[in-house]
Design a protein around this ligand. Structure first.
Ligand code: NAD
Ligand code: MG
Length: 392
């Protein structure tokens, strides 16, 4: 039996992961489930999957979960805080760790899993954006194995030759073609974008996801973060990555080879496919996803993204270019701006303005260690908070 810790089990990726796991009870055993403060959600999952540990990031939520589990006669160990998350991410019983916490909050537990040499099923792209270099060092030193969950990166991984870590030139890969749906506002006029609401932004045409990544998809910051993620995962540079708008979300990404071949991975837009792929790799297991019906899809469209419409994508490219801590600043400012938009404190169209101003006022540094990165993340959040307050 393979022991699995699911970090962020009550979220969209966490729930899809448990759906796949439930189809293979003879193959996977849940060692730990974790959530931020959703006591009801984690309580229900604990009763169904009977993990050894349950962790709540918030201490008062942990106390209330512990109380409810005790009343239900359960002996599950309840832990709290980042230390609890790091513990279940590195514990020896957990062979695999699904990293599905949203945002930079996932960095420390995901790093703990990498240092402990786990198979890390990486959904938490922000961890790589904030600390890509340190993260990849931890993977190397810990002997961890990274299987990408992000659908594009999982598709690229499936289309890459096995020895891609030697460098793309060595294996005859010329380009990575990262597909993007363009989100729900791809065809709205720039004027119409002014008044879009959080619920409209979260109503993605093809994917059902958590609210933060849904807004990121609408601004296309998500694709910017994914370009950074792809650079680290596939040992390459942004000039080798081409973003292709593909509104149907059927081709999840492609790899172009020097001989003119282009390999693509297709499937219905359902995260259980990349999750099942990463759980079983190199084997294949049932995921619950319906087979792709190409007659139903009928057509596949492609177009280049506009950097005027999607200013967040442009900012992400600038942050990659600046390097060092700039992607961490970009990420922190984006998390704050998205949060403010979701709680009605910022217009959708003001999101890139806030991020751009934070990037302009905080100088990026090179060679930062983890403590410096965390401090920079914090200052970028405080700066974004001020800017958001001034805009209201
Ligand atoms: P979500 O908001 O649905 O779930 C997030 C999970 O993280 C929840 O379990 C929540 O309790 C937990 N969490 C939130 N804040 C936390 C904190 N401060 N400390 C500890 N735990 C915390 O998000 P999601 O859509 O499942 O996305 C998770 C990650 O996967 C993100 O990094 C996202 O970019 C990535 N991802 C998601 C999808 C998707 O289809 N949802 C696709 C590709 C990549
Ligand atoms: Mg993606």
């Amino acid at each position: 039996m393979i022991g699995l810790t699911v970090l962020g089990s009550t979220g969209s990726i966490g729930i899809s992961t448990l759906d796949v796991v439930a189809r293979h009870p003879d193959r996977y055993r849940i060692v730990a489930l974790t959530a931020n403060r959703d006591v009801d959600g984690l309580y229900r999952q604990c009763l169904q999957f009977r993990p050894d540990y349950a962790v709540m990031a918030h201490r008062d939520a942990a106390l209330s979960l512990e109380q409810r589990l005790k009343e239900a006669g359960s002996s599950i160990n309840v832990l709290a805080g980042v230390e609890g998350l790091e513990h279940v991410a590195s514990i020896s019983d957990a062979h695999y760790v699904m990293a599905a916490i949203v945002g930079a909050a996932g960095l420390l537990p995901t790093l703990a899993a990498a240092r402990a040499g786990k198979r890390v099923l990486l959904a938490n792209k922000e961890a790589l954006v904030v600390a890509g270099e340190l993260f990849m060092q931890a993977v190397e030193q810990g002997g961890a194995e990274i299987l990408p969950i992000d659908s594009e990166h999982n598709a690229v991984f499936q289309c890459m030759p096995a020895d891609f870590s030697h460098g793309l030139d060595q294996v005859g890969v010329s380009r990575i073609l990262l597909t993007a749906s363009g989100g729900p506002f791809r065809t709205l006029s720039l004027d119409q974008l002014q008044d879009v609401t959080p619920d409209q932004a979260c109503a993605h045409p093809n994917w059902d996801m958590g609210r933060k990544i849904s807004v990121d998809s609408a601004t296309m910051m998500n694709k910017g973060l994914e370009v950074i993620e792809a650079c680290w995962l596939f040992h390459t540079t942004p000039d080798r990555i081409k973003v292709v708008l593909h509104p149907q979300s059927v081709i999840h990404s492609m790899v172009a080879y020097t001989d003119g071949s282009v390999l693509a991975q297709l499937g219905n837009p359902d995260m259980r496919t990349p999750i099942a792929h990463a759980l079983a790799w190199p084997e294949r297991i049932e995921s619950g996803v319906a087979p792709l019906d190409l007659f139903d899809v009928a057509r596949l469209d492609f177009e280049p993204p506009s950097l005027e419409r999607f200013a967040c994508l442009r900012l992400a490219y600038e942050a990659i270019e600046a390097g060092g801590t700039s992607p961490a600043i970009l990420n922190a400012a984006n998390e704050m701006a998205v949060d403010a938009f979701l709680s009605g404190k910022l217009r959708f169209t003001d999101i890139p303005g806030v991020i751009g101003s934070v990037l302009d006022t905080l100088p990026g540094e090179h060679g930062a260690d983890l403590d410096t990165l965390l401090a920079i993340d914090e200052s970028a959040r405080r700066r974004a908070e001020q800017l958001i307050r001034n805009r209201v």
